[in-house]
Design a protein around this ligand. Structure first.
Ligand code: FES
Ligand code: FES
Length: 159
């Protein structure tokens, strides 16, 4: 009997500016590909159900919950994780300076979500932009302060 040809299942995408090819089933979660295949463990898993935002990454510039994105949906697209944000980025610095990096679990997702906020967001805009990112421990005040501080710095306007 002739051998059945296997369908290719590798998926090509760009992660943090690097072209990568992933040989995984198309329905595997992007979150698992990032953490297990690419060792990008800065992206965290909280709920695994799209509720907490800990797994937030940018997909073509838009924040998404990577626990809900099948690998196939990322084919040919640009993914940015927390590792792709420079260490001296205003958001990362502001989280440290304002004490917003409290537990490490929610912080990467908060920063990735905050990246898509407009320049000089109001407190209400910050709250709305981070509404999908849950903090289950110390509270949001330092996080909001950090995001607003970074936004002012990024817009080149002193507070
Ligand atoms: S782990 Fe993806 S939203 Fe909670
Ligand atoms: S600071 Fe991360 S869950 Fe509260």
């Amino acid at each position: 009997m002739a051998a059945r040809s296997r369908l290719p299942r590798s998926v090509e995408l760009t992660v943090n500016g690097q072209a990568v090819t992933v040989d995984r089933a198309p329905m595997v979660r992007l979150l698992d590909v990032l953490r297990e295949d690419l060792q990008l463990t800065g992206t965290k898993e909280g709920c695994g159900e799209g509720e907490c935002g800990a797994c937030t990454v940018l997909l073509d510039g838009e924040p998404v919950c990577s626990c809900l994105v099948p690998l196939a949906q990322a084919r040919g697209r640009d993914v940015v994780t927390i590792e792709g944000v420079p260490a001296d980025h205003p958001l990362k610095r502001a989280f440290v300076e304002e004490g917003g990096a409290q537990c490490g679990m929610c912080t990467p997702g908060m920063i990735m979500a905050a990246l898509s906020l407009p320049a000089r967001p109001s407190l209400d805009a910050v709250r709305a932009g981070l509404a999908g990112n849950l903090c289950r421990c110390t509270g949001y005040e330092a996080i909001y302060r950090a995001v607003q501080k970074a936004a002012f710095e990024r817009s080149g306007i002193a507070e």
